[in-house]
Design a protein. Structure first.
Length: 410
């Protein structure tokens, strides 16, 4: 009697499993995934200019798709390169190693620009290639070569960027290139998913820019539906998560402000170390808000790098305008010490006569998922963008990028 009960229970479990598999099999798999990242897109501007939008652009996506109202990046010092790399890899710069649009090559002490070879992990495009034996197409389009290449991953079919450095690409150039690629490469025309990665710009932060973006999103979606078929494309749209602040004269309004001179700080730290351990160039160089220590000199003097960075951190925190100092040991694409200034302060280098344009990490920005059977929803629970890549992977039934640990959004 007990064996009969176990047998019936087993049959029930198998039946439920078969039903679940059948339901899973009927879920729509998009023929084309369009991963769109808009540089410096802001929620407040999107909401403010919404009354001027058409019914086929942002408004359609936000009302018919899933709108995650509070998205963010789970790391500091976000810029376009680190943001794009995090979106496509589903992880942070600690793992994918793209820490910025440039960093210092420790062997030459000169700035370098990242390439796909610097991406230390797989991307969603790479995983699509692996899963489909190379048959799934991956195309990336961006205003600059570096961003297009990072978005495309290690094995894209093609990357397209603006080769005319003096002529800035408007949103309409990006859209035109995307639609041409869909037609020329026959994207979304069979059961094997394809991936198109686009990068627009919203950096000027004015009404005209947002209206242009809205028009281009509408044109992109409408014409893609014509070419690929309605409901066959999954769109994932988000921001790079920062904005470049316009110059503000805080003194006029008696708001605390100041200038932090990175060159002076490097010299002072070098003198401080010299007083402790004898003369020597202990600070190899600096770049933006990062300091690079001379590890060979420290080793020759039998000084632990961990000891030197801890002493440097305590020294730097006493400087006016410094609110936080992060230590990054043995990270090849980042300085040993990263300095974070107080709000309202700016960083300057007297040797190059350059003042770093302040970047503010957005508290939150929108993340929109639209198309391919996605049901309308508005989500106020905070989410992070490292969940985008595993979400796309789940939608097209492939493995998530190899460093991704985040839970899919849907």
């Amino acid at each position: 009697m007990r064996n009969k009960y176990l047998y019936i229970t087993l049959l029930s479990v198998l039946a439920l499993h078969a039903e679940a598999q059948g339901q899973k099999g009927t879920r729509q798999v998009p023929r084309l995934v369009m991963n769109i990242t808009i540089d410096q897109l802001r929620s407040d501007y999107l909401e403010f200019f919404a009354p001027t939008f058409s019914s086929d652009g942002f408004l359609r996506l936000m009302t018919e798709g899933i709108l995650f109202e509070q998205a963010s990046y789970p790391f500091k010092d976000v810029d376009r390169a680190s943001a794009i790399s995090s979106v496509v890899s589903g992880t942070t710069p600690f793992y994918h190693t793209i820490t910025g649009e440039q960093w210092i090559d420790r062997s030459t002490l000169r700035p370098v620009t990242p390439t796909p070879a610097d991406l230390a992990v797989s991307t969603i495009g790479d995983e699509l290639k692996i899963a489909t034996g190379g048959r799934g197409k991956v195309i990336a389009i961006a205003p600059t070569q570096s961003i297009a290449e990072l978005a495309g991953g290690h094995a894209p079919n093609s990357v397209i960027w603006n080769s005319h450095s003096r002529k800035k690409w408007a949103p309409a150039d990006i859209t035109t290139q995307a639609l041409q690629s869909i037609a020329q490469e026959a994207l979304g025309q069979d059961s094997i998913p394809d991936l198109l990665l686009l990068n627009y710009e919203a950096g000027t932060q004015d009404q005209q820019t947002y209206q242009q973006l809205d028009q281009e999103i509408a044109r992109l979606v409408t014409q893609t539906e014509t070419q690929v078929g309605k409901g066959n494309t999954l769109y994932v749209i988000t921001s790079t998560g920062y904005c470049e602040e316009k110059s503000i004269n805080y003194d006029t309004y008696h708001i605390p402000t100041g200038t932090f001179y990175i060159n002076r700080t490097a010299n002072l730290l070098n003198m401080y170390f010299g007083g402790l351990w004898g003369n020597g160039k202990y600070v190899d160089t600096y770049f933006n808000n990062q300091l690079y220590l001379n590890t060979q000199l420290l080793e020759s003097k039998r000084i632990k790098i961990s000891e030197a960075t801890q002493i440097a951190k305590e020294f730097l925190l006493q400087s006016a305008g410094v609110k936080e100092v992060d230590v990054h040991l043995f990270e090849s694409h980042r300085g040993d010490l990263t300095i974070h200034l107080a709000p309202g302060w700016q960083l300057s280098d007297e040797n190059t006569h350059q003042t770093e344009k302040a970047k503010t990490q957005l508290a939150y920005f929108p993340l929109i998922v639209f198309g391919s059977g996605v049901k309308s929803a508005r989500v106020q629970t905070p989410v992070t963008i490292d969940r985008i890549a595993p979400s796309i992977a789940k939608a097209i039934r492939i493995r998530a990028p190899n460093a991704s640990k985040a839970i899919p959004l849907f």
